[in-house]
Design a binder for this molecule. Structure first.
Ligand code: SIN
Length: 357
């Protein structure tokens, strides 16, 4: 499964698993507080400083080259991983702000599915409900008659079984123990899917699930980013996207993205919010992965051979010193902006966009 951690003895021994364990966050409990155990980051490639060197005409690290394509900024490649491209700072600060907002306020909206669907069915307005301190309660318990009408009219997929209510309003004392604060659900949001919906249980796209097209602005952005990795003369057609949400201590285990038909088309993967470590392995879990930092605004393209490489995110940095998001502080100043800033100060969002067919 996509987010599961592999825990068998066998997998503990693979090179990929060893690297995950090396970079994963561990806490030491001292008497007073939880302290993050230090980790050696000396082998983590930092494309931000590679870009600085490149801009100062300093020779690139061994194994790193720059792609000679018509693009508005340098694109770096790793000689040992053909088909992998790293674009540091690909998104402007304004684009980062825009996609953080969309990722929280609109991408988790039905018919897009999220990890909460399995338990609660489709839930509307998660982000605004968290901001307004609402709680989620079972619709049946509040309005038995209304709910059965809804169920009679709609299929299970679209009939809401839960809804958000004011904490001290509609919520009756007998409902209180069954309610979940929207803020808790927002913190537990792990993924949402845009465009063609991915069915995690079957590990395939289920084109019969209700869906909306990927928003136009995101398609345009993805096409622009994908261009350097596209086969000559072809245009990238964004059909599906997975948005991953990471909180402190979350990781994404090593996996392959292999459900799309044509691997010559890149996956366009964009980072927002707190800095992370990305592991790019080889075709086997036994290949030692290359570790690199991903910062807000960076984009990664994986095409061709790189589509067959295991990859994952063993760690994000949520402490003010290492998160590298100070440039976002000034972007969310208006009234409702604080809720976005509160979230992103301790979180990371990844939007990865695919052509499925
Ligand atoms: C993924 O591999 O699916 C996401 C990678 C990332 O979070 O950067």
């Amino acid at each position: 499964m996509y987010r599961s951690e592999v825990t068998t003895d066998e997998s503990e021994r693979t090179a990929f698993r060893k690297a995950e364990k090396k970079y994963k966050i561990y806490y030491d409990n001292t008497k007073k507080k939880k302290v993050t155990r230090p980790v050696d980051l000396s082998e983590v490639i930092d494309f931000k400083s590679i870009l600085d060197d490149y801009n100062c005409n300093i020779e690139l690290n061994d194994g790193v080259s720059v792609l000679n394509r018509d693009f508005d900024r340098p694109i770096f490649c790793l000689e040992s991983r053909p088909g992998f491209y790293f674009i540091p700072g690909a998104l402007s600060i304004e684009e980062q702000r825009q996609w953080i907002r969309e990722s929280l306020a609109s991408f988790p909206q039905p018919p897009n599915r999220t990890n909460h669907n399995a338990i609660y069915g489709p839930i509307e307005d998660l982000f605004v409900s968290a901001k307004e301190r609402r709680v989620l309660v079972e619709v049946e318990r509040l309005q038995d008659d209304v709910c059965s009408e809804v169920n009679a009219l709609q299929s299970d997929v679209c009939a809401p079984r839960y809804k958000f209510v004011e904490e001290h309003g509609e919520l009756r004392s007998k409902d209180a123990c069954k309610s979940v604060p929207a803020s808790v659900l927002l913190r537990k949001l792990r993924w949402s899917t845009l465009g063609l919906q991915f069915d995690w249980s079957k590990r395939s796209y289920n084109i019969s699930l209700p869906h909306k097209k990927i928003p136009d602005a995101l398609c345009q952005l993805a096409k622009r980013m994908a261009a350097p990795a596209m086969p000559c003369g072809e245009e990238f057609l964004p059909e599906a996207a997975i948005v991953n949400y990471f909180g402190s201590g979350d990781m994404l285990g090593g996996h392959l993205d292999d459900m799309e038909k044509d691997w010559s088309k890149p996956i366009v993967s964009m980072s927002l919010g707190c800095k992370a470590i990305f592991l790019l392995g080889g075709k086997s879990r036994e290949d030692t992965p290359i570790a690199m930092f991903l910062r807000s605004g960076d984009a990664v393209l994986m095409a061709g051979e790189a589509r067959e490489c295991f990859h994952g995110v063993p760690r994000i940095f949520t402490d003010a010193e290492n998160a590298d998001i100070s440039h976002l502080e000034s972007q969310f100043t208006q009234e409702d902006g604080h809720a976005y800033l509160d979230y992103i100060r301790t979180s990371r969002i990844n939007i990865n966009i695919r052509q499925v067919f």
